[in-house]
Design a protein around this ligand. Structure first.
Ligand SMILES: [Ca+2]
Ligand SMILES: [Ca+2]
Length: 305
């Protein structure tokens, strides 16, 4: 068998490298902001942390009765590896500290790892993320005010009858979408999930904030997605025109966590915002990487032939 000329081999190898570099470049081009918290010192408060990329200010202070601390710990779900640090939120309830963004006026995705690290997911325990127009605007008393209804996604438990976050309600689930802090069921949509939140288990939530052209009037959510984008597992729509006109901050918010007895600690990590599904979701290995490996293996065989 005639060997392939060296120039042809070099060209093929260079073409593969170029296409890989190009694909990574394209994948990162639409990431809005991300923080993996790994550049911070474990044990320190998160406030003042200015790591990650794409934000235009450091992390702000948590609200009263809440502590937000960088902790050493590796979270992992849906192919997302959290590295060496995560963030722990504890306390009875309030925002966990916000981070400012350049104003967003287009549909975008948010991905985040979440875990109940300690305690039991019970009562009305809640932790969710808000993409908002202020560092502390949770949209309390919304819906009902145009351009002031804040959409949120995260984990919630409820003991109220017929609440979709009540484990005793048919079709219930702890992964919730809602508007503001309003009481479900009228304002919540959940991902049905048998068994509820398990202490120590990691979950990867992806939400899509949909821009109508003037307002963020709807939100969709997926639990532990990988690979190609499927249909949302939960969706929530507002009255048209009631959502925010732009988004300038992202923050977490804890509510009704236990601070005595079985103390609740919520962790989150790998917070990422991007304009594309592929910015926040890991592809199935069978799509890109296996093809690349096959290509490289074929090249190796030809070189050895
Ligand atoms: Ca991390
Ligand atoms: Ca609890």
């Amino acid at each position: 068998m005639n060997p392939i000329p060296i120039s042809a081999r070099k060209f093929t190898a260079a073409a593969i490298v170029f296409s890989v570099v190009l694909s990574f470049h394209e994948a990162e081009a639409s990431i809005i902001a991300m923080d993996d918290f790994d550049s911070y010192t474990a044990g320190n408060a998160l406030v003042g942390g200015n790591g990650g990329s794409g934000f235009n200010a450091a992390w702000g202070s948590p609200g009263a009765n809440v502590t937000t601390t960088v902790v050493a710990g590796t979270m992992s779900a849906a192919g997302i590896n959290g590295g060496v640090n995560a963030v722990q939120v504890a306390g009875s309830g309030n925002i966990s500290g916000a981070r400012a963004l350049d104003p967003i006026t287009a549909t975008f995705y948010v991905g985040a790892l979440v875990r109940l690290n300690a305690g039991v997911w019970d009562g009305s325990n809640t932790f969710s993320f808000y993409a908002s127009n202020g560092a502390a605007n949770t949209g309390i008393n919304s819906p009902g005010a145009a351009n002031n209804t804040v959409l949120t996604f995260g984990m919630r438990n409820s003991t109220a009858a017929n609440d979709p976050s009540n484990p005793l309600t048919a079709g219930s689930g702890p992964f919730m979408l809602r508007a503001g802090t309003g009481a479900p069921p009228s304002t919540a949509s959940v991902i049905p999930f048998a068994g509820g939140i398990a202490t120590g288990s990691d979950y990867y939530l992806v939400a899509r904030y949909n821009y109508s052209g003037t307002n963020f009037d709807s939100i969709d959510m997926w639990l532990n997605p990988m690979g190609a984008q499927g249909a949302p597992q939960a969706s929530l729509s507002l009255t048209a025109g009631f959502g925010l006109t732009s988004i300038t901050n992202i923050f977490g918010r804890a509510a009704v966590l236990q601070t005595t007895g079985a103390i609740d600690q919520v962790w989150f990590d790998q917070l990422k915002l991007g304009t594309e599904w592929t910015d926040v979701v890991v592809p199935e290995p069978s799509t890109g990487l296996l093809g690349l490996f096959a290509c490289g293996f074929a090249l190796l065989r030809r070189r050895r032939a």
